[in-house]
Design a protein around this ligand. Structure first.
Ligand code: NAI
Ligand code: 15L
Length: 269
């Protein structure tokens, strides 16, 4: 049966806030967790992924977990280690102890960010089976999270869908995002597919809308039943007029990960 009760970690964040609005229409009852309190959600759990007792409590009785919490850009290795690597491990351990059947993990294109992007017409879209090529400690933590999901499936039978999310913002903001954009509505469609498809075992999918200029292969996401409805191309004329086309040879845009390869945004609190 499709899961009903879902723990949403990172529920105070940019994506978490949008998914809180959009997921209930698919019939899920959400339990929310974040490091910071969530305005207007008095029942939300305020906890750090480092707090194993709090995670044990948080996963009790849920059918599945959507794991969005963590540092979402580059930081020091120590901070990434604690929040993203140890934090994700703590969550999987809590899931294992409680018998939770499925985790949907917010991986990122930055797990493969140093992969060259398609440049010429006819260049292939990057498949999910491409090797990890992290572009930051952040991307490295996402590669770890994917492998953690693989391990918990093989060892303990906990299913995982790792979604290598492109760029989830209300609108594409850069010319790169004409290729990488995942509209919030498509993100909710993809999370629903990842939660409800049967017998997923462990798998990796890319998370983007049906963008004309897509850089990676959406077929494994479509195999889950995902049918993206949006296309960043609607914003192409405006963004290209403002910013110009991508120039081959520009190190800031020559790889899937964009400027995470050269000058990543850094979180340092
Ligand atoms: P965000 O930074 O807006 O939200 C992350 C949330 O996680 C925050 O509310 C934060 O308080 C919480 N958090 C951080 N450390 C925590 C800890 N130790 N314990 C508990 N909660 C903690 O990020 P956003 O954009 O909403 O992304 C959500 C997830 O999707 C992240 O894992 C991110 O890496 C991933 N992702 C997002 C993309 C995007 O375009 N928004 C693209 C690729 C991946
Ligand atoms: C990510 O993984 C980040 O969380 C987000 O802030 C965006 O920068 C996105 O990737 C991207 O590649 O555009």
């Amino acid at each position: 049966p499709a899961p009903r009760t879902v723990l949403l970690t990172g529920a105070a964040g940019g994506m978490g806030s949008r998914m809180r609005e959009l997921l209930p229409q698919y019939g899920y009852e959400l339990r929310l967790l974040d490091l910071v309190p969530i305005e207007g959600a008095p029942d939300a759990i305020t906890a750090d992924l480092a707090d194993k007792d709090a995670l044990r409590e948080a996963v009790r009785g849920v059918d599945a977990i959507v794991h969005l919490a963590g540092i979402s850009v580059e930081s020091t290795f120590a901070k990434i280690l604690r929040a993203n690597i140890e934090g994700t491990h703590n969550l999987y351990e809590a899931a294992r102890e409680a018998g939770v059947r499925r985790v949907v993990f917010a991986s990122s294109n930055h797990a493969v960010g140093f992969t060259p992007r398609p440049v010429a017409e006819g260049d292939p879209r990057t498949p999910v089976g491409t090797r990890h090529r992290p572009d930051t400690f952040y991307g490295l933590s996402k590669a770890f999270g994917e492998d953690l999901g693989s391990y918990y499936w093989d060892k303990y039978g906990i299913e995982s869908v790792a979604i290598r999310i492109g760029s989830c913002d209300p609108e594409p903001l850069t010319v790169r995002m004409l290729s990488t954009w995942l509209s919030p509505a498509d993100a909710a469609r993809l999370l629903h597919a990842a939660l409800s498809a049967e017998d997923v075992g462990f798998r990796v999918v890319y998370g983007s809308s049906a963008n004309t200029r897509l850089w990676w292969d959406l077929s494994s996401a479509r195999e889950l039943g995902y049918e993206p409805q949006d296309n960043a191309e609607a914003y192409a004329a405006k963004l290209i007029a403002e910013q110009g086309e991508l120039v081959p040879g520009d190190p800031d845009t020559d790889h899937l990960g964009g400027d995470f390869c050269t000058n990543p945004p850094v979180w340092d609190r």
